[in-house]
Design a protein. Structure first.
Lengths: 502, 502, 502, 502
């Protein structure tokens, strides 16, 4: 292993990281992650219970808080809670506090703006035409500009969430009907949004014109329609997957059934390719494609692109497993659980507080030393963000006696932050933005390191290759090519003008 | 005792009430009570701690919840909690979570609109000119009308509190400066309000043109100014009582000192006379008058107006004590603690939830039978609202062996509800609205019952008598003469149009 | 005021105390207080509810924790909680978790040994003859000796409470019947005890041979018997006061009725005289004597013994009120509420934690300055322990403009600690153990200070005077004459041998 | 599928189970599970932190509660909590509340006797020779007999746990030294026990003469010794695995190092074979054998013994994964994740309360339908207890479109309950005790069902075969051959004599 490419400082830092006790690695949250999941249901006697189950199935999209709003024909009901759905919405009193036949729900991962209940969605407004509740997955890229304008006209914001802009735009719209108010509002926002909205009479499901964030439509056996961020929330409720809400489409459910409108200028879709790599559950289906199959395909591509002579293929659990199975099948090398995960800590570091982030790799991972000792292994992981977990995992393998430790990553190098509803570190904290692959290999201490190519990734999702001039997906985190303007980002001097109560 | 004036139904109801076990009297909240207390401080290094102490001294004005907002020169901080100040704001971490040199606070008693944290004040808005926090004691009588207009223009309300109207009016005002926005807003509201407001640069103290609700100004030894609903909140902080904020006055504190403006048309003041009877603490001073002295005076008036030959004067604790002392001194009859109060239940039934309301008289009161037995006693209480407690107290005396039980009340009969920030039952639940005094005596089972006359009350507060054509106080609860229009009350058909989340 | 008798150090300390902010007086718990109250009921369908009410009426005897054990004919049920009865035993689910027709309860004030639930009574043991629960008010003076012996034979203690000795003595007794086991156990303990005990078939009520701690018997209208520390717990339940359990008596209630036995050598009773001065509620009756009347009598004695020319008699609330009424009536000087108490802090400092102890006088007391200003006042308080509150109260009066401040105390100087179940400071912290009355007056800053004489106190409780050779009461805290041996106290070297888990 | 072998009743029941909504299957806890895990450490500056990590690694052995006792040379400290180690022992204040250089800890799964803190271990006693703390994994088979004797002599039990017998036996032992007291106590108990004990001077690690429950010894780099139920608790702390505590051995750690004694009559070891099948983590090592390797071996044996022509090998996650990998490798059939587990519900149903038990299979498992559709699959699971989960999983596969569903189980049929510290249903609830394999296949709806043979299992753990006359392991749950007498079980009439407080 050649460390000479590092400055002394970096080497020292790397060594200090390795030596850190299991509870103090400050960067050990080495995943990008989705910020939200949404669910909606209309005209079903058990609206609240089905929404709870739907959110439970979407828990991986946001573990910090959850909220549900229902409507019973005459009024709205709400329950919000920090923590997991299975812990806070699982009792009869909670379900009973949410009567009604329609409902929407939201799970969230907090980022900026604090983690209090104030920011928990769905958001609600008492409009002149009645109540309106909304839940948003995604991130607006001109929310600060819009907020400034709204505040100057007297709108009072209750949170620092970009999503609150939507509801104020609806409230201040001068159109008469809720559908028109909603379209009026959505035409003014930029960025990524998959939205479910609820009024006394309507359930809305909307995807932004590029379709960056996912939203699917399902149908229950009694004929009720549901919306969900992923199809797994249909499965748990026994709902049939009908189709994706299309990019730029507003789907309205009312007592007469399902209606569609496309009020935005037509654009080429650019769904988020990282949903396939990591965010979505492997048993989810988007545009008819199985996420598990795509991930296995990436493993196959990896094995083709950068094979290495080893004894064992070892997944970094749990997200690396499907790609590792694909790699092992393609490479005809035994697949083994070389790293055992302690499931009592939840998905890797998804909680935002520092205390939990500091819990280290050993709290979650242990080497299955009996399999590793004396073997040449290739580790399969889904991505490298800051590299801190990779570094520790490689170390874990070496301490367990691995003769060689190679690493293969089921996505291209993550070089750029996401502004569309994914929590990413600043660019200067992304390992791939600071080093080339050879340097990264040295940094994490691997005998070799390879990433799937961007074209390999596109092949895995079913494309022939990436169409350079007009990519079929949003892959900005790998390429820096953002599909929308980034209004707020370009307006740097306004960011400190929100008067907020701590 | 002649019960024949009662219909059989009423007699049965009365008897059933007497027989109710100690935990099930549904009407045992037999006091009017103030709904709120406010406090403000500017330019003091311990703003939060002083606000906590001030609110603690005002706790009797609202026990359900409390909130504080502070500002440290660059941003606002907030802490709100259900429950008592002494239980929820008494720790170092809470104080430290509220840094800054200025602050406002609020204690509240909940009425309609639910008791959640959402309704807890101070309210806050991020205005285009910066943050603005406000705490309100009183009640607006045209808030629903204003709310309808604001909502139709896009304002999103977070609560059902009438106070929220104020902050939306400020937010949507087209004036440029906060003072002008505030005046603009206040000119549009009707009803009673004592308000403290806080921005980065200013602390405001405002009383409505009639001065219905109280607000005093104090000064600390370091020169800092404070506002408080009652002077006891100055005492606890060692602040000197300067003067009352005058009816219709906006007092502004800034780095240059204290400023006054009177932007409303001049009106004759009509402060609430019930503050003297019951709401305020006996050690508070309003307009230079001691509340304790006034209450003793009422007892003196009562003894003059309706003396009775008895062996003992017994206060209904605790609120009847000062009047009982005055009565005993005037009548030269021994004052004795004939009823012992269990202080572990807090002030009589001030919590709004039904469970607590149902706790009966025996949980709080016990007869001091050794003193009572074989004696003729006169009980002194501050008021009779529904009569349910009086009925039980009289019964308690008789069970303890009293030979005669007379009752004297230190206020005139309460015949009308208050719309200015006092929680009162509907008119048809007020005993004095349903019966004459003789019937009331029979109802509560007393050998005699007398109320102080309205003129006696006015004499006790220092007037020669009530000026009929232009009363010096708001005494609407005794006279039905409301000093303002009651816009919302007169518009009955709109009350159900708020879309609210439960 | 002549301070010259003080050393400079003491003067400085005194001044520093006066200047302490309202939240930091480390000694502001200036009362002795009772450590426990007990209640028992047998053969009543609402045993748990009645026990809850009984404990609520006894809450002043111990605010830190409460516990109830019931029996339903086949098994025992228990609920224990830190905090007040009215907060933790007031719900239907709690009552329903305590089925059965017999029950005992306990409220406690914690002292040494930590405040965890582990120490909360009633204690319970599964004996070979069935379950046995016990609640104890008092303190054993040979518990450590007994514990050492029990541990050496294999008894495992769960707490550091002296009361646990009783249940181990019962468990290891070789007698066959529970009554004999109990007598066997009680014959071995020294000190003060009022005990209620419960088995499947029996409810026991026991008082130690000297009758130091009180215990009364009551009877409900349905014939059920109850035990309680004070008669107020009978009143709240509508029970008739039958008589005191006699010193040295074991009263047994079973299905056949009430039985009495006196298994201890006869001794002259020595009930605690401080129960009359402060511990008991004024509406309680002991040996047919009204506590309120005794306290008024003490005020009368004080006025006779040490009158002073003043304008007002002012009680230190709430415990000084009855004596102040007696004093005012005897001296023919107006009784006025010159100090107003904020009841949201509970009885003076009864909570044991330092944080609460540090809350100062201003959180609870405010001068009623309008009455005080320019007046000569005499303050009536029940006792002076460390003198810290007195010092602050006198200061409060002077700041409010009192011309002269005299103090009269309704008990003799407290010179010695109690070892019989009362929480007292070490002797060297008792002001009266360190100074004579003149020095104490100077220390607290009063113009004069007098205590009722010991004979005056005995007269007030109905004796002609104290019989020196054989006092009628335990008055050790005033005289140092302890009515029992103090085995543990005399064996100093063993105190550190309890291996305890923190 | 031939259901005709079933009575109509059973068929109806089966169908009703299938139709139950996902939240109401009353038997969905279809695993045996270990009841406890223990950890101990001696002479290390971070004793508490290391114990926390050790217990975290053992969390799968008991999720309901955890406790730690430490000693700092002069006294003991304790922290106990319901819930997970990572949630309740992860803060600095908790660690700081546990000072000292030695400590023991315990994680538990509750069974009978309630789930309160009272039953949480370690248990502690203040013996005449000082404090003694103990944590026990296993179950005593004569604890009730011993308890009866102890109670009759005056021992007071605090819990209904069998483990408490141990500490009372130690307390009442007439030997002088703690080692002798411990041996004296252990000689009187029957059943399974792996124990860690702590005194001021010693840390003990003990295994019962048959070694039914595991206990390993590790050594830290600073020379400190640790004990743990499984080697994974060494790994997380960076401790080296030294060896197993031997059956019948008492290992004592003191300041002079490590000492061993074998005070029991020598017996042939009978370690629990189910530890290999399910209880232990796959990365644990017992007697030098890798659990993961054993489980893969079982899969290999299964593939040899009962191969079936299918397209895919699918593990029932997570416990079926290693055997499925072994099966797939042996059978040369692709291994695929055909069932996706939602990890937000924790290990299958390990919580004991009914509410959680009722959560159904869909909350945890979803079919990866894209892989399953039209395929012949073999499911690999570790065991079948009541069969309820298996039934639902098979159903899940069929709904997802599987053409054939075969099931292979990595253990023999579970026919008999365990009395050695494993929570098992009554025998009549064990599917294999009620049906033969063909009936079971029909019951769960599988096209075929096979279990590994008992000899196959023995081969997988490294034996040639099971030695019938003297089996090398305790396999009573598969064979009904219990290696100890079952004293309490045979004495049925005493079980209701414990007087317990609910």
């Amino acid at each position: 292993m050649d460390n000479s490419i590092f400055s002394k400082d970096i080497k020292n830092w790397r060594n200090s990281l390795k030596k850190l006790p299991f509870t103090s690695n400050p960067f050990d949250c080495d995943k990008l992650h989705e910020e939200c999941g949404v669910f909606g249901i209309f005209n079903h006697p058990d609206a609240a219970a089905y929404t709870v189950l739907g959110l439970h199935a979407l828990q991986h999209r946001g573990q910090e808080a959850a909220g549900i709003v229902t409507h019973d024909g005459s009024q709205f009901y709400s329950h919000k809670s920090l923590g997991h759905v299975a812990d806070n919405f699982n009792t009869q009193p909670v379900i009973e506090s949410l009567p009604g036949t329609s409902g929407i729900g939201h799970v969230r991962y907090s980022t900026s703006g604090g983690a209090g209940l104030r920011n928990v969605q769905p958001l609600f407004a008492d409009l002149s035409i009645g109540g309106f509740a909304v839940a948003h997955n995604g991130n607006l890229t001109n929310s600060f500009q819009l907020r400034k304008t709204l505040v100057s006209k007297g709108s009072i914001f209750q949170s620092t969430s970009d999503s609150e802009v939507i509801i104020h735009l609806v409230a201040t719209s001068t159109f008469s009907h809720i559908q028109d108010k909603l379209i009026d509002a959505l035409r003014r926002i930029e960025g990524a949004f998959a939205i479910v909205g609820l009024t006394k009479d309507y359930l809305f499901g909307v995807r932004d014109p590029l379709g960056v964030r996912p939203l699917v439509i399902g149908k229950l056996s009694n004929g009720s329609y549901v919306f969900a961020s992923e199809s797994v929330a249909l499965d748990i409720n026994g709902a049939e997957y009908i189709r994706d809400v299309e990019p730029g489409e507003i789907v309205t459910i009312d007592k007469d059934g399902i209606h569609s409108t496309k009020p935005f200028p037509a654009e080429e879709p650019r769904p988020c390719i990282f949903e396939h790599v990591y965010f979505s559950r492997p048993d989810s289906i988007f545009k008819g494609t199985s996420i598990y199959r795509v991930r296995k395909n990436i493993g196959v591509e990896l094995a083709k692109e950068s094979s290495v002579e080893v004894d064992l293929v070892i997944p970094v659990p749990d997200s690396g497993v499907p790609a590792a199975i694909g790699y092992a099948q393609q490479a005809k090398i035994p697949f083994e659980l070389g790293i055992i995960r302690n499931h009592y800590v939840g998905r890797t570091f998804i909680e935002p507080s520092n205390k939990i982030r500091h819990l280290g790799v050993k709290l979650k991972h242990n080497a299955n030393a009996a399999e590793i000792k004396g073997k040449r292994v290739v580790l399969i992981d889904d991505s490298i963000v800051r590299g801190t977990t990779s570094l520790k995992i490689v170390d874990l393998m070496r301490q367990a006696g691995a003769k060689e430790v190679h690493m293969r990553i089921a996505s291209p190098p993550t070089t750029d932050p996401c502004f569309y509803g994914v929590d990413t570190p600043e660019k200067d904290q992304l390992l791939a933005a600071r080093m080339n692959v050879r340097e990264m290999a040295a940094y994490i201490g691997a005998d070799s390191l390879e990433f799937v190519t961007i074209d390999g990734l596109y092949r895995a999702v079913g494309e022939e290759n990436r169409v350079t001039e007009k990519p079929q997906y949003c892959d900005a985190c790998f390429t820096g090519e953002y599909p929308t303007v980034l209004t707020d980002k370009e307006d740097n001097n306004g960011s400190n003008q929100i008067s907020e109560m701590k």
